[in-house]
Ligand binder design. Structure first.
Ligand code: MLC
Ligand code: AMP
Length: 507
């Protein structure tokens, strides 16, 4: 059953059950959420959105934004969420590539985006502000209940969403997710993690990525459960609301920040039956420190935009520190030789490859790129390196793709390097990830300059406004020249080693 049908089925069966619990203590029932998303769907339809059309959305997190996702699914249209941190340059690329029928932006961006939409022939523009008001909401307010469009019954192969991921070549690719991808993963996770209608998920993740949008929201919908919807992760607010929660999902930074707070005690965590981590490696030290503080083992799982979730530690069996667990029931996973693709035995490190109903339908309008990432027998090449132990648990040991994961956000060095290299006075640059106590990894640029007056601040100033803040280097290190191997390739491994201690606490 597709996610909208699932949402409607829960609303029909248990209309008064809470779906959204707001930080101010108010709540939105399933019936109210279905009605409001119906009004939003009517407004989208009135603005010309039809089945198969893309609806691009770059807004702050709000209940209204989440209901816009469900409204888009109701129409059989394709949801395309964008990080509010993206600059106008970045957004321009996504709009030109995806050709949405409608772009929903933040209210404060509406004037600037109006010109951009006109230039890129995006036919319709609407807005939502931080509180979920704005022209889209106002339009929905005026819709009568009987104007809600009849829900489109989507087939498993129909597109539900496009999520852009940057590429190693620098150019972003739109990963096409089908209704079948989302529904199968949600049902599997709901059963595996024992979600029921009684669950209350503490939701502090952004809703423009797989983790907050699909893993969190769709699992809750599958169970008919509720979520405490926070606009962002903030330790004090999370601790205040934790007593009302039964589950929490987060990136590792959420857990290291909680552990750094004296208010996060065994008692504070006692009502939560399940803490789940993913999107970036959770260190065994954090896993152990968490267990020591709370008496609970964080459940770590592994996924990516293109595949949804692939593996998870068990709910009932051992949750091994440092491991991302076992392949999900419907996911075939193998560790393969990077060159030949031949399967490797337990203990040997290779590329993680996966196949199953969770794997995406390909990159939007990029059949060549799509083909490159699949083996002839249909396995998707994740670009993550790992091995399996004797019990089949998967351990991620590195990445074959040149990628930095900072606080759970992906940064592709090629994209940052291209912009740094274009700054006047820069000879060349190498962008690497360096261990960071808060973000896991932080972006660092190693730059050699041709103009000796160019300094760290100058390089950063050259990136301002051109690149989302989270992609900008936390440090720029100037060097006379970059180390190269005999082939002339920059030795990033050497640079990672050299600057490994850049963010270490002073001894
Ligand atoms: C914010 N900033 C970051 C950053 N987040 N910089 C580097 N890395 C990040 N992740 C910058 C801001 O631009 C700002 O810069 C400064 O840091 C402080 O901003 P903030 O808003 O106060 O940050 P904060 O709220 O503390 O955000 C940190 C965070 C957040 C970890 C809470 O990044 C977050 O929620 N991350 C979750 C990412 C996520 O959901 N990933 C899922 C991907 S899906 P300045 O200089 O302007 O002050 C996926 C698949 C899977 O990977 O398996 O799940
Ligand atoms: P994204 O493209 O944003 O979906 O990021 C997906 C990538 O995040 C994966 O390919 C992994 O490299 C990484 N990732 C996700 N979950 C984990 C995890 N539990 N441990 C280590 N890396 C992870």
């Amino acid at each position: 059953m597709d996610m909208f049908s699932r949402f409607r089925a829960v609303a029909d069966a248990t209309p008064d059950a809470p779906f959204l619990l707001h930080p101010d203590g108010t709540q939105t029932s399933y019936r109210a959420a279905l009605l409001r998303s119906g009004a939003l769907a009517a407004e989208l339809a009135a603005r010309g959105v039809r089945r198969g059309d893309r609806v691009a959305v770059q807004v702050e997190k709000s209940a209204e934004a989440l209901l816009t996702y469900l409204a888009t699914l109701r129409l059989g249209a394709v949801y395309l969420p964008l990080n509010p941190a993206y600059t106008a340059d970045e957004v321009a690329f996504f709009l030109a590539d995806a050709e949405p029928a409608l772009f929903v932006c933040r209210s404060q961006d509406e004037a600037a985006m109006h010109d951009l939409c006109a230039r890129l022939s995006v036919p319709q523009l609407a807005s939502l502000d931080d509180e979920g008001r704005g022209s889209l909401a106002r339009g929905a307010d005026l819709r009568r209940e009987d104007e809600a469009p009849a829900p489109v019954v989507a087939g498993a192969a129909d597109l539900a969403a496009i999520l852009y991921t940057s590429g190693t070549t620098g150019r972003s690719k739109g990963a096409m997710l089908t209704h079948g991808n989302l529904a199968s993963n949600a049902a599997t996770l709901c059963a595996l993690w024992r979600f029921t209608a009684a669950d209350r998920l503490l939701h502090a993740l952004p809703i423009f990525h797989t983790h907050g949008l699909f893993v969190a929201t769709n699992t809750v919908l599958c169970a008919g459960a509720a979520m405490i919807l926070l606009p962002r992760f903030e330790v004090g607010e999370v601790l205040r609301l934790m007593p009302g929660a039964s589950c929490m999902m987060g990136v590792p930074t959420f857990y290291t920040r909680l552990l750094a707070s004296p208010g996060f005690t065994r008692e504070a965590a006692a009502g939560v039956r399940l803490f789940i981590s993913g999107s970036a490696p959770l260190s065994p030290e954090t896993h152990r420190a968490f267990a020591q503080r709370t008496g609970q083992a964080i459940l770590e799982r592994y996924g990516m935009t293109e595949t949804n979730m692939n593996t998870s530690n068990p709910h009932d069996g051992p949750r091994k520190p440092g491991s991302v667990g076992l392949p999900l029931a419907e996911v075939a996973l193998r560790i393969a030789d990077p060159e030949s693709g031949a399967a490797l035995p337990p203990g040997e490190i290779g590329i993680i490859e996966v196949k199953g109903p969770n794997v995406f339908a390909g990159y939007w309008r990029m059949p060549e790129k799509t083909r490159e990432e699949f083996r002839p027998d249909g396995y998707f090449i994740t670009g993550d390196l790992g091995y399996r132990d004797g019990e089949g648990y998967v351990f991620i040991s590195g990445r074959a793709k040149d990628l930095v994961i900072s606080g759970g956000f992906n940064v592709y060095p090629a994209e940052v390097e291209a912009l740094i290299d274009a700054i006047a006075g820069v000879a060349e640059s190498a962008v690497i990830g360096v261990a960071h106590p808060d973000l896991g990894e932080a972006v660092v640029a190693v730059v050699s300059v041709s103009d000796a007056t160019l300094d760290e601040a100058g390089v950063l100033a050259g990136l301002a406004g051109r690149l989302a803040r989270f992609k900008q280097p936390r440090r720029v290190v100037l060097v006379p020249e970059l180390p190269r191997n005999a082939m002339g390739k920059v030795q990033k491994a050497l640079l990672r080693e050299r600057y490994a201690g850049l963010f270490a606490a002073p001894a």
